[in-house]
Each structure stands twice: as C-alpha cells, then as structure tokens.
Design a binder for this molecule. Structure first.
Ligand code: URP
Ligand code: ZN
Ligand code: ZN
Length: 464
C-alpha cells in the first residue's frame, strides 16, 4: 500500500496507550499503525518525538461582541492561527445570541465571520442569553439536529446572565433535544453587591475585580447549577472552575448520581489574585472570571486534573488588547475595574503549559495529558472518534511534540492578536514542533505551512 504520508520512528501516545509505531496516512485519515511502513509520497522522521492527537480546545472566545466599543483581539484568522501554533487542530468557539435576536441570526453572523478564515477546524457552541419560547421550543431542537449540540448559559454578567427559571427552562429544552449545557457559575447578585461596596470606598483598582468575585460566589452558583440540573435530570459541564470548594460541589453531585463534567484552565494553575495587584494598571492583564485565586487553589486544581474531578483542560481564550481604547485600558476601565473587559489570551500556551507543568514536572502522565487536552473534548462534545485520538479511521490531526525543547514564552513568539501574554517570561519544557491537520502539515518548526482557509466547520453528534 502506498500512503500519502508516513510518520516514522515516533512514539504514539493516546489517552490510554504509549507505543512505538509508524503512522500511515491516506486521504487525510489514519490508515495504518505498524512498524516498518515505508511506501509513501512523504516520510516524516519523528525520532525522539511524541506523536499525539492534535489538541482540541473546547472553550474559546473569538470575535464575540463585547459591547461599549470593546473589541476582541482575535478574529477567526488570528485565533485559529494562534491555536495551530499551540499544537491544536480543532477549537470550539462560542456563537453568542444577543438579546432580542434568534440563534439562527447569531449563527448566520458567526459562520460569515469564520467562513474561509480558519486555519484549523472549528465547531460552535451556542450561548443562550434570551431563552424565549421560540428559541427553546423551536430553534434549539432544530439546531441540535443540525449538529449544534452544546450551549453555554451564564449565571453572571449583567447582560448575559439567566435567572433560575430561565436556566431551568433552558436545561429542560436541552434535555428534550439532547444538547449538552455548559454553565458559567458565579452569583451575579452577590458580585453586584460587592462591586457596590468597593465603589463606595473608592476601591477601583484591578485587584478589586478579584475581591468582588470571591470563592463563595462561585461555590454557591456551582451548587445551584448542579441542583437545577439534578431537578431537571440533565447532564451539565461546569466550566472554568477555579478552586477547591467548587470542585467539592462537583464531587458531591457525582456522588448523588448526577452526570457532570468539570473543566479548569491554565490561569487557575499559574496565576493568583496577587497578579491583579501589579503596579500601575498592569493587573488589568489578568482580569478574568472567575478570577485566579491563591496557591492552595492552584494545588486543588492540579489534584482535580490528576484524580478526575476535571475531564477537560481548556484555555477560555478570551483575548483583549491591553494598551488599547477597545481593550483592557479603555477610558472607563482605566478608572474602575468593573469596566475592564473580562478574559485573557491563552489558546497558544494552553498545551505547552500543561505539558511542561504537568508532564515534564511529573504531575500527570503523558496519557492523561492527551485525555485532558484532546480526547475528552472530542468525547464530551460529539467529535469522537473522528477527532481526539490516533486510531485507524480517525482524522490525521496530529501534533509532534519534542519533550525536551525548552522555550521562554514571550508575546513576540505568539500569533494571537493580543499585545501581551499573561505568561510572559515563563519557561516551558516540551513544545509542539510540527502539526498536521487531516494529514497536511500546517506548522513546521515555527513556520505556518498550511492554508489560511484550510479549516472546516464540524457538525457534531449528541452526547447528552
Ligand atoms: O473572563 C472570562 N472568562 N471571560 C470569558 C467569558 C467567560 O466567562 O467564559
Ligand atoms: Zn464563562
Ligand atoms: Zn469563556
């Protein structure tokens, strides 16, 4: 048999196994796993490298309307390019319904933004902000049939949050149609109260963002989301979990029999609330929600990645420029933390951080790395086994990792549209040096070799 491409002499890693094998690729799919494959148009020597499934980042915000003159730093072109350089082959950005509009209108808009501009494969989660009878009764069931099988609801942010009755109605519609619901758990009323308290005292610097969003606000909302899902009888995903108390809520719900997945992100492993207390307005660079906590919370999140509280490790890439009128330091944001847009960039650094801090430092093994960064995302969101593994018949989405390569992360080596990285100066050991999307090399030794429109849109199966 003649293959299009053979990856030779590498160590193949999946979520369950590590083995020496060549990988034969035909028509963009993995066609053979065996020793001594040798008949191909192209042979890639992977001696000393790990051959892993391309990363799947299932929590990414790109070109999302942010209101008030605020503009996200990435469009689909820069966001997917940055993701590719970070070892990813699929990302799942959010398509946000704006109040007063329909889901179909939001999708038309997002597809127009993405079409022809994606360097890697993409698939959208919906964000529901206006759960009308039409949206929940007509649109959502039809869209799930069309492959939009997951959605996010917010318990915080004035313009996005749903009330409990709206969350119940949304969970109910999702249960009937088989959509999976992701929940952002923070208690908006408690946060509003605390913001008011800080404003009264003139406490307006970025560090008060973290103080106005305490662990208790996240824990309470996590408990409530899990309770509402239990009452309706539908699985949920608790996204971007930052601390032990919220993790304990997830574990308790599982013990009661609930089906719940947990997600955490790099910022909760490497940053703390002290980062928001930097000199001048530098702290604005780290403003995200939930905010980074403390060292103990970092340890808790590591434990959760090790013991299965978390199945998903995502970036929550939500990039804004720092020194920019439309970004973190907009006129109002300079004067009061409540106007600093929430979110930080991270789609390109997610995998090197997990590899370096997790695998290279001995906190997780290489199979767990693959599970947390790729396979579980594909399983959770209806892409498995087409994506997320190295198996015969799967798309040949592959990242070749050099486990010894040391890189200092600085903003100038990254490809996102933000003008900073929260991880400036961090040394990582382990780097994705070559990335293949459906069998075609798209990144090789720091050079983009693919096509700026080479990504496709992925319809997904139900998993809920
Ligand atoms: O601060 C964050 N995380 N911004 C992104 C939006 C979200 O809540 O996921
Ligand atoms: Zn969120
Ligand atoms: Zn997010």
């Amino acid at each position: 048999m003649r293959f299009d491409t053979i990856i030779k002499n590498g160590t193949v890693v999946t979520a369950s196994d590590t083995f020496k094998s060549d990988v034969g690729i035909c028509d963009g799919k993995i066609a053979a796993l065996a020793g001594c494959l040798d008949n191909a148009h192209e042979i890639i020597d992977a001696t000393g490298l790990y051959v892993m499934p391309g990363g799947i980042d299932s929590h990414v915000h790109i070109a999302q309307p942010s209101g008030d003159g605020i503009v996200m730093a990435d469009d689909f072109s820069s966001g997917t390019l940055s993701a590719a350089f970070g070892g990813n082959t699929t990302i799942l950005p959010f398509c946000m319904q704006e109040k007063g509009t329909t889901l179909r209108e939001a999708l038309k808009d997002y597809h127009a933004k993405a079409e022809g501009n994606c360097h890697i494969d993409v698939s959208f989660h919906l964000i529901i902000t206006d759960p009308t009878a039409y949206v929940l009764g007509q649109e959502l069931p039809a869209l799930v049939e069309d492959g939009y099988t997951s959605l996010k609801v917010f318990m915080t942010y004035e313009n996005l949050r749903l009330r409990d009755d709206q969350i119940l109605d949304t969970l109910d519609s999702a249960r009937r149609s088989g959509a999976l619901v992701m929940v952002h758990c923070e208690n908006e009323d408690a946060i509003r109260y605390l913001i008011g308290q800080h404003e009264e005292k003139g406490e307006l610097a970025p560090k008060f963002h973290a103080l106005s969003r305490p662990v208790a606000a996240e824990r309470e909302a996590t408990h409530r989301a899990l309770s509402l899902a239990e009452i309706v009888g539908t699985p949920i995903v608790i996204v971007h979990v930052s601390n032990r108390q919220a993790m304990e809520e997830i574990e308790r719900a599982r013990k009661r029999g609930s089906k719940v997945a947990g997600e955490t992100c790099p910022q909760y492993l490497l940053l703390t609330a002290d980062d928001l207390d930097a000199t001048e307005l530098e702290g604005a660079k780290f403003v995200c929600s939930p905010p980074p906590r403390d060292k103990e919370s970092q340890l808790a999140c590591w434990e959760g990645l090790q013991n299965g509280t978390f199945e998903l490790f995502s970036s929550d890439h939500c990039p804004f420029r720092f020194d920019d009128d439309g970004g973190k330091l907009n006129e109002k944001g300079k004067r009061n933390f409540r106007w600093i847009p929430n979110g930080i960039p991270g789609v390109e650094t997610r995998l090197p951080i997990l590899f370096s801090e997790g695998v290279s430092k001995g906190r997780i093994d290489i199979n767990r790395f693959v599970a947390l960064s790729s396979t579980n995302h594909a399983k959770q969101y209806g892409l498995y086994p087409r994506k997320g593994t190295i198996a015969i018949g799967s798309d040949a989405d592959i990242a070749l990792w050099d486990p010894r390569k040391s890189v200092i992360v600085t903003n100038d080596i990254l490809h996102h549209g933000a003008d900073y990285t929260p991880y400036e100066g961090l040394e990582v050991v382990g780097w994705p040096i070559r990335v293949l999307l459906r069998g075609t090399t798209i990144v090789d030794e720091g050079v983009f070799k693919g096509q700026s429109n080479g990504g496709t849109y992925l319809r997904r199966d139900r998993t809920a």
